[in-house]
Structures are given as C-alpha cells and as structure tokens.
Design a protein around this ligand. Structure first.
Ligand SMILES: [Zn+2]
Length: 268
C-alpha cells in the first residue's frame, strides 16, 4: 500500500481536516502499518494527536491483550493492538485501566476518572471506559483501519443486550481471567459480557454515514474517519433491538458467529 506513497502521512493535518479541536475527547483506533510512510513512526502519530487536543482534551486507545495472559499486569503486559497503541501505553503520563483482556490507555484531563472502575465494569459494557467516553461526547477516530477495528460497536451490543452477550468468544475466554490491581492483589473476572466477533462491524458504516455521524478525510492512500460516539450509541442499539444478529459474520471458520447462530436458531 505504501509503495507508491510519495508524501508521508500527516496526522495533525488529517485530524484538522476531520474537524478535531483543542479539548476534544477521542477514542483512537489505528494501524501504523496501514498508515504507510510516517515520519517519526508511532511516537510522531501520538504527539500529533495529543498536540491537537492539548491538555484540556482526552485521548483513549485500546490496550487489549489477546489471547489472555496468565495474570494481566497493567504496568507490564504489552497490548496486542499494534505499534501506536503499544507506544501510547508505555508513555509515563498515560493511565491504563485494569481489565484482563480489554484494558484501555488514557491521556489528558479526564484520564484517571475514565480509567478508574474498569475492574468492576465489564470489558466494553455499560460503565466501562469506552462507554463513558462515548456517552460524554467523545468521538471515535479510525486512522487507516475500518469499522472492523471499531470496538465501540461492542458497547452498543451490551446496551441492546444482544442474545450472545454472555457467550465466550472461544474456549480461552470460557473461564475466570485474572488481573493485578494497583495494590498488588489479584482479582478474578467472571466470563460475562465478553465481546464477540467484530469481522462484520463494517455493516455499521452505512447506517452511521446515512445519519450524518461520520466525517471522512482521505490523506494520500489513507482513509481516516471521525464517528460521533453519541450518534453511534443512538443508532446501533436501536438497530440491534430490531435485528439482534445483524453484526455476526458469515465466515465459516469464525470461532464465534456460527455457534451463536445455530444456538439462537435452536431456541427460537
Ligand atoms: Zn464472526
């Protein structure tokens, strides 16, 4: 993708064109690889995001860990969400929430409040950091990635109480998982409201676009998107209430969706 790209990807310019201003609250999903040529790499992307929202703003990134490790340790367990999220997690002024699989990293004015309490909420359910930032007017930014990376859609699934909410994604998630709390003690997390499959989340783009909840900017080969968090919370739970399985994928080898579809059919 980057072979013919003659100009480096400009994060600050992209965010400006998406209408991001000082004080914004952002949930950022990204792929350094899919951005192509970036001068300064992951840290330059992060600096540009923080420089755009400034001190009064808030930036959240996923710091998820797949597959689960023996004991999740927020200070040391790497995230598997890519180079930008991993560089962000390691910054000294970033707070990481405590959840064995779906922790988030947060920077800025609201970081401690948003990260707090994840250990008593669910991964991406009601009261989780991602739910809070959307509910409080935050925007989702997709940098180089599509809606298959838009974890906020899982919040809509939790709000709509989709019938597969408590079905584990795979055997690895069908047991209590453990995480280290800030006082050093270990907490067990019961396997409930584990987010399922996101392959078919591309299905949310058209309806969100039709409602005017997505802004786009194309920068070279990279398509960037800004999605209204409140807009997503308004539209998607309603769609899921009338069609609870529309976010499941059709991939035969998916460890999750075929199971859910067949068990749902058997209970109807
Ligand atoms: Zn699937």
């Amino acid at each position: 993708m980057s072979r013919n790209q003659s100009i480096p990807f400009d994060t600050a310019h992209t965010l400006r064109r998406l209408g991001i201003k000082r004080g914004a609250r952002l949930l950022v999903h990204s792929s350094l690889k899919l951005l192509g040529w970036v001068e300064g790499g992951a840290d330059a992307v992060i600096d540009a995001i923080l420089g755009t929202v400034e001190e009064s703003g808030t930036v959240m990134m996923p710091a998820f860990t797949f597959p689960p490790v023996e004991v999740f340790d927020p200070a040391n367990t790497p995230t598997t969400m890519g180079a930008i999220s991993e560089a962000f997690r390691k910054r000294p002024d970033v707070t990481r929430s405590v959840h064995p699989t779906h922790s988030v990293s947060v920077w800025g004015a609201e970081k401690d409040r948003l990260a707090a309490g994840h250990e008593t909420a669910t991964a991406l359910g009601i009261g989780s950091p991602v739910h809070l930032i959307l509910d409080e007017g935050g925007d989702i930014i997709l940098l180089g990635v599509g809606h298959w990376a838009n974890s906020a859609v899982h919040v809509a699934e939790a709000i709509a109480r989709v019938p597969y909410l408590d079905i584990p994604y795979s055997d690895q998630y069908a047991r209590p998982l453990r995480a280290r709390l800030s006082d050093g003690s270990i907490r067990e997390f019961e396997p409930k409201e584990n987010p399922g499959c996101s392959i078919n989340f591309t299905a949310v783009e058209q309806p969100l676009k039709q409602h005017g909840f997505i802004a786009y900017h194309r920068e070279g080969n990279v398509l960037a998107q800004r999605i209204s968090g409140r807009g997503l919370l308004e539209v998607l739970p309603r769609m899921l209430s009338s069609n609870p399985l529309f976010l499941l994928c059709s991939w035969d080898l998916c460890p999750f969706c075929p199971n859910v579809k067949s068990s749902y059919k058997n209970t109807q």
